[in-house]
Design a protein around this ligand. Structure first.
Ligand code: BTN
Length: 253
């Protein structure tokens, strides 16, 4: 809660050159007692991680590869809400600073022109008393050009440079992201998930869309109609049955 007294998380940004993953660096800081809002940004990651065991392409000097320490006093089952919160904060910062029309694909990918611009990875550290801290990993593809992407990513990934036509000041944008993260985080701690869910819905490119999703029972298809209290995505199928999707991957149809 010390972070709440800190006027500016951007003042806690540690910059590093090459790291395996900023997630590990932030964890190390958290373990040694770092205050909330402490962040690590690296020029390059050689072992950048994505969700579901994927790799995260993090070439040198091209992106915002950053991890932030959070210590919310929330029950474990609320941690998916942090993911949505971080998505809202980053989307707000990007729209404000660059004018690129980013939108959120559930749960927290930021897309522009249908391709991915940013990914978020929340890793929680759980102790006997519940959630000890969470590391919010934020990867924004800022100044990559088409040539910086390997063939298999060209169709699915974009960048602020590609979308906006001009390079962005990465440190300035990182500072803006940290400021927005602090604002939205405090809103969440004070007023709960409701206000964050409404902001998420405003910035979403998922709501109202037809969504597909693999399940143990087979293929689930329906229209995304909103966010549940827990941060799950509510899908209404053709019979009118509403299901909440809580984790994993969805396909926009
Ligand atoms: C995803 O979309 O799958 C999440 C990608 C998260 C990437 C960021 S970059 C900074 C931090 N360090 C990592 O190794 N991953 C996250």
């Amino acid at each position: 809660a010390d972070g709440l007294r800190d006027p500016d998380w951007a003042g806690r940004l540690h910059r590093m050159d090459t790291v395996v993953s900023t997630q590990e660096e932030a964890k190390r800081l958290a373990e040694s007692g770092a205050l909330e809002g402490t962040a690590v940004m690296a020029e390059e990651q050689i072992g950048g991680r994505g969700r579901m065991g994927r790799k995260w392409h993090s070439p040198k000097g091209k992106g915002i590869w950053m991890s932030v320490v959070l210590r919310p006093a929330i029950p474990l089952q609320s941690t998916p809400q942090l993911t949505l919160l971080a998505g809202v904060a980053v989307c707000t910062a990007i729209r404000k600073m660059t004018g690129v029309e980013a939108g959120i694909k559930w749960p927290n990918d930021l897309l522009a022109g249908g391709r991915k611009l940013c990914g978020i990875l929340i890793e929680s550290n759980v102790g006997p008393g519940g959630l000890q801290y969470a590391i919010a990993g934020i990867g924004i593809s800022a100044n990559l050009s088409e040539e910086d992407y390997p063939a298999e990513l060209k169709e699915i990934a974009t960048s602020l440079l590609i979308e906006g036509g001009v390079p962005v000041d990465r440190v300035k944008l990182a500072g803006e992201v940290l400021r927005e993260l602090k604002i939205h985080y405090e809103l969440y701690l004070e007023q709960g998930f409701g206000p964050i869910a409404r902001l998420w819905e405003e910035q979403s490119v998922t709501l109202g869309r037809r969504i597909g999703r693999k399940t143990q029972q087979g293929w689930l298809e329906g229209t995304a109609i909103g966010l549940g209290e827990d941060g799950g995505l509510l899908l209404r199928d053709d019979n009118g049955t509403v299901t909440s999707v809580c984790s994993g991957e969805i396909v926009l149809i």
